[in-house]
Design a protein around this ligand. Structure first.
Ligand SMILES: Cc1cc2nc3c(=O)[nH]c(=O)nc-3n(C[C@H](O)[C@H](O)[C@H](O)COP(=O)(O)O)c2cc1C
Length: 378
């Protein structure tokens, strides 16, 4: 099976299955002499791990990461970084009654067509358990970015960066802005709220309402989709390329590769269609410090595939969880029509736990493009 590797210069390969003994990744291309320990990675995994609230799956994985290689005396050595998480809460019996049936909305049917063999326990390689390793790789990507863009090893020449004043704070942060039919009120947006509620909501009132809403969804044995919005601020201008390696194209691919993601928007996205060019194209002025300043950000921080120095803004739509307690029509491996109810422990809204994964993919794409920028622009 190919397609387990991400990136060009910041490159990682993940391995492992949901119900195997462990999952892991090997990260290649991390520059030497960056401080790194498990403590830099674990907090991000803790945000993604199951069982954090009754609105996420009750599977009880510890998700304790171990660094196997590539770090000496607390610093990266420039060699491949091996990371491992043991699976401690596999309950294969949860899947025994559906082992010969294709779960609607899952990869079971297509996977079987392609490979002719399938680990029915939680989807094998197509299980979202894989996203834990993306979050781990994303934490390392953040270290690369922090070290080289804002930290001790800052490589950026002032002359290379008209948006210099933006770089003192590189931040990648995401929030849930919609669950099912229920949106946040943008006037209530408060980043400090995001880690104060179980939904990563920037709007306290929306989070209170979502408790009721998801309880109602769950009572119907149904599930809900979600939209996650991610911002990368303090990204220098110049990351990306104008043709096939556009920054927005790579971000779209990275986000679309997350399980259950069905749509990605950059900046104004689909909304830009209804704007005239005079409203959509972001005008530019020089601010009082002599720094170029965009008057709006419909482009989502990317022009011609290259970062502009503005916030990079991406929205990611997660479909509703497919495994629900409602009877669904399907077929079995022998081609017989049958019904299925997917018992076991599932997220009623997978988009919630998607938040740290979306942030991680943003970090990985930016770290990759940052290293590519340094490789080309001397
Ligand atoms: C963090 C996370 C957790 C997920 N947990 C579940 C789950 O508990 N039940 C489920 O049916 N799908 C879950 N999914 C989605 C499935 O993995 C995904 O829908 C399935 O592999 C088919 O892939 P596709 O939706 O990308 O086509 C989860 C996705 C993410 C990102």
């Amino acid at each position: 099976m190919t397609g387990n590797r991400f990136g060009t210069l910041f490159q990682y390969t993940t391995f492992g299955e949901s119900h195997g003994s462990a999952i892991g990744c090997v990260i290649d291309g991390v520059p030497p002499c960056i401080s790194l320990s498990e403590k830099d990675i674990q907090p991000f995994l803790d945000l993604r791990k199951p069982g954090q609230s009754r609105h996420t799956t009750q599977r009880n994985e510890e998700d304790k990461v171990k660094i196997l290689s590539g770090v000496f005396e607390g610093q990266t050595t420039g060699t491949p970084i091996g990371l491992l998480i043991e699976n401690t809460d596999q309950k294969s019996k949860d899947y025994s009654d559906i082992k010969d049936k294709f779960r609607p909305g899952h990869a079971d049917y297509t996977y079987m067509h392609k490979y002719g063999i399938r680990d029915y326990r939680g989807g094998g390689r197509s299980s979202a358990r894989e996203t834990a390793m993306r979050v781990a790789a994303g934490a390392v990507a953040r270290k690369v970015l922090e070290h080289s863009i804002v930290g001790d090893g800052c490589l950026l020449e002032e002359s290379n960066c008209p948006q210099n004043k933006l770089q003192n704070k590189l931040q990648i942060r995401a929030a849930v802005i919609q669950i099912g039919t229920e949106c946040i009120n943008r006037d209530n947006w408060d980043w400090d709220q995001v880690h104060q509620n179980s939904f990563f909501s920037p709007d306290f009132e929306a989070a209170v309402h979502w408790v009721e809403y998801l309880d109602m969804v769950r009572k119907r044995s149904s599930s809900a989709g979600a939209i996650v919005e991610v911002y990368a601020s303090g990204v220098p201008a110049g990351l990306g390329a104008p043709v096939y390696d556009k920054l927005d194209a790579d971000l779209a691919k990275a986000m679309m590769s997350i399980n259950a993601v069905k749509a990605v928007e950059i900046g104004s996205g689909f909304e830009s269609v209804i704007l005239g060019g005079e409203d959509n194209a972001d005008e530019i002025r020089i601010d009082s410090d002599g720094v170029p300043e965009f008057q709006s950000n419909n482009a989502g921080g990317i022009l011609g595939g290259i970062s502009s120095g503005q916030d990079i803004v991406v929205r990611v739509a997660f479909k509703p969880t497919s495994s629900i307690l409602m009877s669904r029509k399907t077929i079995d491996v022998d081609g017989n029509e049958t019904d299925i109810i997917t018992k076991g422990r599932h997220d009623p809204c997978v988009g919630i736990r998607g938040v740290p994964v979306v942030e991680a993919m943003m970090a990985c794409v930016l770290a990759d493009h940052w290293l590519r920028y340094k490789a080309q622009c001397l």
